[in-house]
Design a protein around this ligand. Structure first.
Ligand SMILES: C[S@@+](CC[C@H](N)C(=O)[O-])C[C@H]1O[C@@H](n2cnc3c(N)ncnc32)[C@H](O)[C@@H]1O
Length: 444
């Protein structure tokens, strides 16, 4: 376990902040309970509890080096409730500049603040004015989306989740290490699944952060990008060209918004570009309509897709698209590049150059590869996907499970990560035979 040499209270508050910003629900929230004395601000190293809930990563807790309790059923230790710590809770968490500009859902803010306030009250100690004002303010906010809509106010359908890629190495927030996502609180809204963030996107984003050389210098295409987390993370890892794509109008608009918000939108950006990142083009790419010719014209070296394996009707068009992207004619075969070293700076955003893991052989063989991450909700559809891949002369390997280090997300269901390539036995003509549709993708 890593030894921490940071201030105990700073560390405890950072642990609360990253969970709060990422939207970890109150029932799964890890509260630091290490027996420290904030007045003396001592340095501590303690043993982390195991990850019992499948949401917050045991690895993160182990790196942080704190004992934690999960949920809202227990009492917080007295030092967490002191007036000085209350003030810091308000200023550094609930009113953190990022939470003020890109707020998490009101319901989330209320539930975490309410729990903390109840703990302070139960301890019968002093309550600071800032905490009281915050709670009054939160309780006065709309109590339901319907009421808000009736009052003409903003409803709480949309929220932001913010991920701190500097944590746990960096305890104070570096705005350059934050990624914020605007997303719907409902898994289906406006008739699409693409406005919410899905666990496989977090998994794939995490995988890329730990394998930056899979992306750097490559021509990367993402399919079914949704709100855009994978594309944003890929953009920070310096691909040569990056295309994020989807087909639904609302999703494309949300995707552009999030890419812009994080400084990785290539065309029509209103906000400043992120330093050392590759901005993404956004394409309207419908798997049913895109032509193989336009797919091949891009010459993708890496294809990314998360949580796109859920509807049996989509499997065939999706595999056709993968086939069109992966079956590169021999004259355009990719020359394998030497993987950059950690010292090359590709993990700078993650705040930890040592995170770079070696690439699996399939990613160093000089062939285009698709990384498709799928949450396993229905094992049958995963099997169907594998069968459909084979009928399109695509082969796959399952990549080893990943120890999560950066992102807080729902890990209650397993995620399968497949590395897919054109079958080495497949004749080039098979690719042409597989293509039928007629409309080209449009870059916007
Ligand atoms: C479950 S969401 C996953 C979104 C995102 N990748 C994530 O993991 O957060 C599935 C995505 O696939 C997209 N999609 C579905 N059918 C599609 C099609 N025919 N062409 C392109 N994208 C499609 C949806 O619009 C949606 O964004």
């Amino acid at each position: 376990m890593a030894t921490q040499t940071l201030s105990s209270v700073d560390h405890a508050l950072a642990l609360i902040r990253v969970q709060y910003m990422a939207g970890v629900p109150a029932r799964l929230f890890h509260w630091p309970v290490a027996p420290v004395n904030p007045r003396t601000d001592t340095t501590t190293t303690t043993t982390a509890t195991s990850d019992a809930d499948g949401f917050v990563q045991a690895q993160i807790m182990a790196t942080v080096g704190w004992s934690t309790q999960v949920g809202t059923s227990q009492r917080l230790p007295a030092w967490m409730l002191e007036v000085a710590v209350q003030r810091r809770m308000v200023a550094e968490i609930f009113q953190h500049p990022r939470c003020l500009s890109l707020p998490p859902s009101q319901a989330h803010a209320k539930s975490i603040a309410k729990y903390y306030y109840a703990q302070v009250e139960a301890a019968r100690g002093d309550t600071c004015d800032e905490l009281v004002s915050l709670c009054v303010e939160l309780l006065n906010l709309n109590t339901s989306d319907a009421e808000a809509a009736a009052a003409g106010g903003g409803s709480d359908d949309w929220c932001h989740r913010t991920y701190d890629l500097g944590f746990p190495q960096a305890i104070s927030t570096d705005p350059a290490a934050l990624i914020s996502m605007k997303e719907s609180r409902n898994i289906i809204s406006k008739g699409t699944t693409g406005l919410a963030g899905w666990p496989a996107a977090h998994y794939l984003a995490e995988w890329l952060l730990q394998h930056p050389s899979a992306v750097s210098g490559k021509k990367v295409m993402e399919l079914g990008s949704g709100t855009g987390l994978v594309g944003i993370v890929a953009g920070t890892l310096r691909p040569k060209i990056l295309i994020a794509s989807d087909y639904d109008t609302h999703v494309l608009s949300c995707l552009r918004h999030n890419l812009d918000l994080n400084g990785v939108l290539a065309k029509g950006a209103e906000l400043p570009a992120r330093a050392n990142a590759t901005p993404a083009l956004v394409e309207d790419l419908d798997w049913f309509r895109v032509t193989e010719r336009s797919l091949q014209a891009f010459g993708a070296e890496l294809v990314l897709a998360a949580d796109v394996v859920y509807d049996p009707d989509l499997l065939d068009p999706l595999c056709k698209v993968l086939s069109g992207l992966l079956k590169v004619p021999s004259y355009r075969r990719i020359v394998p590049k030497a993987a950059p070293t950690a010292a090359s700076g590709t993990t700078a955003l993650a705040g930890d150059g040592s995170v770079q893991a070696p690439l699996p052989p399939v990613l160093t063989a000089g062939r285009p590869v698709a990384l498709v991450a799928s949450t396993i909700r229905n094992p049958d559809i995963i099997e169907q996907f594998k069968t459909t891949l084979k009928t399109h002369a695509l082969e796959f390997t399952t990549l080893a499970e990943l120890p999560p280090l950066r992102l807080f997300y729902d890990r209650s269901l397993p995620v399968l990560l497949l590395a897919i390539t054109a079958s080495s036995a497949a004749p080039a003509a098979a690719a042409a035979a597989a293509a039928a549709p007629t409309v080209a993708a449009t870059s916007t």
